[in-house]
Design a protein. Sequence first.
Length: 436
Amino acid sequence: MKLQKTIKSEGRVRGRGLFGGKEAKVVFRPAPADSGITFVRTDVPEPVRISAVASNLAERSRRTTLKKGSVSIETIEHCMAAVNALEIDNMVIEVNGPELPAPDCSCAEYFKILKRVGLEEQNVTRKEYVISKPITITAGDACIYGLPNSDDGLSLTYDLDYGGHTGIGRQIFGCQLTPESFEKHLAPARTFLLEAEAKQFQARGMGTHIGPRDLLVISSDGPIKNSYRFPNECVRHKLVDLVGDLGLVGRAVKGRIVAYKSGHSLNQQLARKLYEAARQQERIAKFGTDALLDIRQIAKILPHRYPFLLVDKVIEIEGDTRIKGIKNVSFNEQFFQGHFPGTPIMPGVLIVEAMAQVSGLLFAQRLEHTGKLAMLLSMDNVKLRKSVVPGDQLILTAETMRLRSRTAQCRCQAMVGDAVVAEAQIRFMLVDDEKV
């Protein structure tokens, strides 16, 4: 078994972001074992720490972004690709700016800096996740697969199909991910855009500080005012992005990844599924169950009882900032007797109540020693998007927006599978336990 690694000394890089163009400074610092990769946004009034894991992903087009509350760190994929390829497990990355720099529009500079500062082993075994069952994610004609693999390590294959564009065409590339193969075959590959895409981006005010000499802008005849570093540089860069997104699984992935026309959106969906599967596997190995809080522990925290306790277990807790719980919806639920006979549908108000209860469990992580409970105060932006019926499993998440001495506010979402069924912003009043 391999040991975890961190960097031996500090490293630094600075430059302008690819999309926003603002100057940013980045400092890489060593971190203790089992602490993971953590970004710290240092240019805000109070520094914000964001773990580089899939649960902190924000929805963005054509890039990878981490977010915590209202603070985000944009375009982390090139940095994370270098981190993942070099097998770095623990590190603090301080970012003075909203977006990571994009030197050379490739991963090469990040790889070079981290390799130069050196790596050191830590006396703790690396976390790994071995893909044991196939995972398939599709969107239109694009797809990505996570597959078991008899070989050790991670095998990557990407099929880039621009068959209708003569400047790129169809390119296929694969490799076994190692620090050596990444440095030689992938790190120098640059971001690319079609000529029409580049014009659209700059018309929207993005990337106005860069031109065809800074990244690959491709016309039907090939790169404009530039040349390829590899004949198939485009597909190689797609693999760079994939390696960066897979770094958000938070542990070494072993298996085979096959992608066809996949972009950040599909990559990130795969990273989320692998991250959740790894966390579940680790909880079962440690506790014999995938629950961090089971129903007995929940009942010790929440005052609710039958038939109004609407959270069966909690499977993720990140401090007092984020929580994920489960409600298994059975036909035996009391409310199905009248809502509605013959067409059983879970009342939307009870879905909102379930989100409120999981929020109460989140705030309890800080309030458990203060003698206070979270009582519902108000709801904003409530949206009920899809019916919930017997047999569904509600996945309830809540993220803290504000937590003060007397009030709290969180952003909540309920999902069934990959579909959002409800969402809301909920405010609570924190009251003394004995008054409830």
